[in-house]
Design a protein around this ligand. Structure first.
Ligand SMILES: [Zn+2]
Length: 198
């Protein structure tokens, strides 16, 4: 499973300073009874923002009598369950909202730094996935997003910033395991964040 490595560094800082070495896990995100034995469990490789250079993600293992679970600590800037960064994901969906998936795909393909494969279908799927997650996230901050569409364009305008997904990841850092990708870590097809009654 994945969980959040809470750091505010950029990809460049993370990669050049090898910050995965500083990732730590104080509590097991899977079990809450305190019976877990957590150990470091190496790292794995993941492509960076341009889809070419690779960096590393820290991994831990929880050992219990009934079995083991591996847990990776994903830095804030990376998309969950999808390649690339949150910012790349957000910019792609913003382009699709503005231009339509067909034109946005053409533009993405012509970008020399973009190593990801795109098709109209691929981009439409990303858009649908993100809109679903934003609709769920919005309910948690309804006082800010009252009457706002759950789209990148509308929410960027409401906040006055262009790093919307990073904003959501920080705002909802305590509930990421119930929120869908690319912001949260809920299993695919889930991502139903319970509306709290507080
Ligand atoms: Zn555990």
């Amino acid at each position: 499973m994945q969980t959040n490595f809470q750091n505010d560094c950029s990809y460049e800082e993370y990669h050049s300073n090898k910050l995965w070495r500083q990732a730590s896990l104080k509590k097991c995100p899977v079990h809450s009874d305190g019976q877990c034995r957590l150990e470091r469990h190496g790292t794995y490789e993941r492509y960076g923002p341009d889809g070419q250079n690779k960096t590393r993600i820290a991994r831990f293992i929880c050992r219990r009598e009934e079995g083991t679970v591996t847990i990776s600590l994903l830095p804030q800037f990376f998309a969950a369950q999808h390649p690339g960064t949150l910012q790349e994901y957000e910019d792609q969906v913003a382009a699709a909202e503005k231009l339509g998936a067909g034109k946005a795909t053409e533009r993405l393909r012509s970008s020399p730094s973009n190593g990801q494969r795109q098709s109209d279908w691929w981009l439409r799927r990303r858009l649908k996935r993100l809109h679903r997650t934003l609709a769920v996230a919005k309910e948690r901050l309804i006082e800010i997003f009252q009457g706002c569409e759950a789209t990148v364009t509308a929410m960027r305008r409401a906040l006055g910033r262009n790093d919307l997904l990073l904003y959501w990841r920080r705002q909802l850092h305590g509930s990421l395991k119930e929120l869908g990708s690319p912001i949260g870590f809920a299993a695919a097809g889930k991502g139903r964040l319970p509306i709290s009654s507080e």
